[in-house]
Ligand binder design. Sequence first.
Ligand code: CTP
Ligand code: CA
Length: 231
Amino acid sequence: LGASAASDEFARTSFLISAGGTHERLDPVRFLGNRSSGRQGVALAAEAAARGGDVTLLAANVAADVLAELPSSVTVVPVTSAEDLHREVMARLDRLDCLIMAAAVADYRPATSESAKMKKQGDAGLTLELVQNPDILKAAVEHKRPGQTIVGFAAETGDEHASALEHGLAKARSKGADLLAINQVGEASGFGDVPNHVVLVRPDGTRVAEGSGTKRETASVVLDAIATLRG
Ligand code: CTP
Ligand code: CA
């Protein structure tokens, strides 16, 4: 395994890759967010560009030092919320060959966002009302045209109902993306700069590839699988 050398494998192939984690606004100074650094999406963008792809990265709150890993050929479009990301993906869907949804998209956002900073009310607690965000991956799959390749990422943990892989396989069926990269998240894997273990599955549950290693090595496994699918 290793980052591949510059090639023209993906010449004339346009990639749209989402990275990072969305922020859902509560008021001018507060949001609901998640801990995704954006490193996996950035590694995918760098690898796709190294293989000759024309790459746009939709960067949801990705720190400047993480974005600094990108070659200058990658176009970076910053986004904040799931609704921003949804809009930017849909606006570009017609023109792309390959969509990779590596961003951690918030499932919910506050039902209302305040224009002024929220104030404490006496000594009472606070109940927030949340509404569900659009499922961007699902919407992209529904609008997909022939020749496009759509890839999702799922970080799963095992629980009393099923193993991480079983949850991932169920998600692959329900999402219908061409590939779902199932990332088994444990105490020491998935978040931060520690080795990943990723299994790539098709919507029918077929396992097409598997790999462990750095985020760049994971990116390489994912792009190999995309190249194979696209023939
Ligand atoms: N995703 C998306 N839009 C959302 C939520 C998720 O496009 N509103 C994408 C993610 O970018 C990822 C894939 O869907 O590529 C799987 O995300 P995940 O959170 O694992 O799936 P969910 O359908 O949100 O299921 P869960 O209830 O397990 O969170
Ligand atoms: Ca989710």
